[in-house]
Design a protein around this ligand. Structure first.
Ligand SMILES: Nc1nc2c(ncn2[C@@H]2O[C@H](COP(=O)(O)OP(=O)(O)OP(=O)(O)O)[C@@H](O)[C@H]2O)c(=O)[nH]1
Ligand SMILES: [Mg+2]
Length: 289
């Protein structure tokens, strides 16, 4: 364990020099490291069991096998593609406070405007002071349109107006910013249910991606958040942010396994370009090393 922390290496870092072969002690240490990386007990056990069954593996083979197991675990949760085929299509960004919802919206706006699409931002975070301004800055910077009301207004009313503006202005994609909220605040979670219902009613048949934004450093608490948001808003994908600052993010294995929700996007910085499609294999490789 100390090895892992000190050297800041991947899951296998230093293991082959510490253990002469892949035996039970090796597997015990690996299981502990997986748990420490927030992969969750179930994933850790499953991965170690699979390695135990593939007897007689040596260094690079163990590395390849472990990468494969973790990649498969994530791919089981579904495709990382965003499904946005209708016009308009909708993306709703949800999550606890400060995880990177608004920033991710800015990055997506840039991507779609650059592709020549008409993007409409909806400032349904009417709670935090200056939230609409922050979104307005991204709209100006990227050339996206925005629908906003005054501070303290009803988020449902903003979403309603934005749906109608999206139709009237022939938008390709509407992206909805919501206020950060704790997953255990029931009234705020109910509000999310209401927002998705309004969109379903005003834009029937529109493809709608409900993206839960998780800070990669959050650890196992991310799983609890994901469960609550999935219940309230029917999350269709995860955005894992702040991956530039951490080698963690292992919690996505637990989420994939428990909820079957795939990670779709990865945030790797604060700038408009710092968003990547999520690549399960690349992520697993980086964790394993
Ligand atoms: N390093 C890094 N910082 C990020 C990333 N995404 C967002 N941030 C930063 O995280 C902070 C919070 O980002 P916001 O987009 O305002 O987060 P939010 O979820 O909208 O916050 P609330 O609306 O207050 O709930 C800002 O300083 C962002 O620049 C990322 O991928 N990497
Ligand atoms: Mg925000």
């Amino acid at each position: 364990m100390a090895l892992f922390k000190e050297k800041k290496k991947g899951l296998l870092g230093g293991l082959f020099s510490a253990f002469s072969r892949v035996d039970e002690d090796f597997l015990d240490e690996l299981e502990e490291r997986l748990i420490l990386a927030d992969a969750g007990v179930e994933t850790a056990e499953a991965a170690v069991d699979a390695l135990r069954q593939a007897k007689g593996l040596k260094g690079p083979e163990v590395q390849e096998k472990l990468t494969e197991i973790l990649t498969e675990e994530m791919e089981k949760a579904g495709s990382p593609e965003l499904r946005l085929a209708t016009k308009p299509a909708v993306i709703i960004m949800v999550g606890v406070n400060g995880v990177g919802k608004t920033t991710t919206i800015g990055k997506l706006a840039k991507r779609y405007v650059d592709e020549g699409k008409k993007v409409l931002l909806c400032a349904a975070d009417t709670f935090r002071a200056a939230a609409a301004e922050q979104l307005g800055i991204w709209a100006d910077r990227t050339g996206a349109d925005i629908v906003r009301h005054g501070e303290g207004g009803d988020p449902g009313a903003v979403v309603f107006d934005a749906c109608n503006a999206a139709k009237a202005r022939d938008a390709d994609i509407m992206i909805v910013d919501t206020a950060g909220r704790l997953h255990n605040k029931q009234n705020l979670m109910n509000e999310l249910t209401k927002l998705t219902r309004i969109i379903g009613r005003e834009l029937p048949g529109a493809d709608c991606e409900i993206l839960l934004v998780l800070d990669a450093t959050t650890g196992q608490n991310g799983l609890i958040q994901a469960e609550q948001f999935a219940k309230a808003a029917g999350v269709t994908g995860i955005v894992l942010t702040k991956l530039d600052g951490t080698a963690k993010g292992g919690v996505v294995f637990s989420i994939a396994q428990r909820l079957g929700v795939p990670v779709k996007l990865a945030g790797v910085g604060e700038g408009a370009e710092d968003l990547r499609p999520f690549d399960a294999r690349e992520f697993a490789e980086a964790m394993v090393q």
